[in-house]
Design a protein around this ligand. Sequence first.
Ligand code: DON
Length: 313
Amino acid sequence: MGHEPEASAHDPLTALLDGVRLRLRDLNDGEPASYIPELGRVDPRLFGLSLCTLDGQVYGSGDRAVRFTAQSVSKPFVFALALADHGLENVLARVGAEPSGEAFNSIRLEPGTGRPPNPMVNAGAIVTSSLVAGDTQKARFDRILDGLSAFAGRPLTVDEAVYASECATGDRNRALAYLMHNAGSLTGDVEAELAVYFRQCSVLVTCDDLAVMHATLAGGGINPVTGERVVASRHAQHVLAVMATCGMYDASGQWMLRVGMPAKSGVSGGIGVALPSQFGIGVFSPPLEEKGNSVRGIAACHLISDQFGLHLM
Ligand code: DON
């Protein structure tokens, strides 16, 4: 893992990423997540940035190849797989598409239906992960791992230590899942559904992977590196729309105001950004602000959006 000195720029995009990273690497606010104990063991100085264009070129800077668990950055991609397996209307019958205005682990479900507010918060993601096709817990997780790997364009693996750590301490998610089971929005065996969700959060990715995964969404569901169609373009569009409104939790409004691109963050410090028809970005830096988003990740996306006038509006 390199905290290398000044990187030399070989091309304008690498120069841009190097410039952003060097400008922000001494921003030392925030703390890595520790409510999943294994995540607290990370080196807080790690900082990587990658960008993948729709012609399949991947540019990066810093700790772009360091592996970290995807956590909530997995949620848009599992939502995409649930859409592919059931279609929008059937998925919407089980999970809403409205920003909650609350924290990612909020316990509030929709009155009457018991639906979670959207697929980007924990409750919604537990439901979308349960909707991915597969007769057994193993078959469902295999489809999720294969799907995430197709988005990334390489075979991904699971960090078993983080998985075990979250299984052992994930009582809030357990409480949410039991509430949803009682309300009828989560069917099946609660512990088995939770195991699939915890495993999906523990899939290891790099900044380069996140850039390619988000470029796949930005490119209408075709992975620009492998050329494989991973999901239908209308499903990629649905995912981007929900990322735009709900991807940064109760910071989603501020994010859209200042950065103006669909994005998703995770508590391990990853942020993925997709600019439709343009590119995907992956950022990794573990210290988080109070809402669970990477401090340097947010700042990097602000800078990139400002410098290039990328705001969609
Ligand atoms: O379920 C959890 O709490 C974690 N596995 C994922 C949460 C997360 O990444 C929220 N993101 N900011």
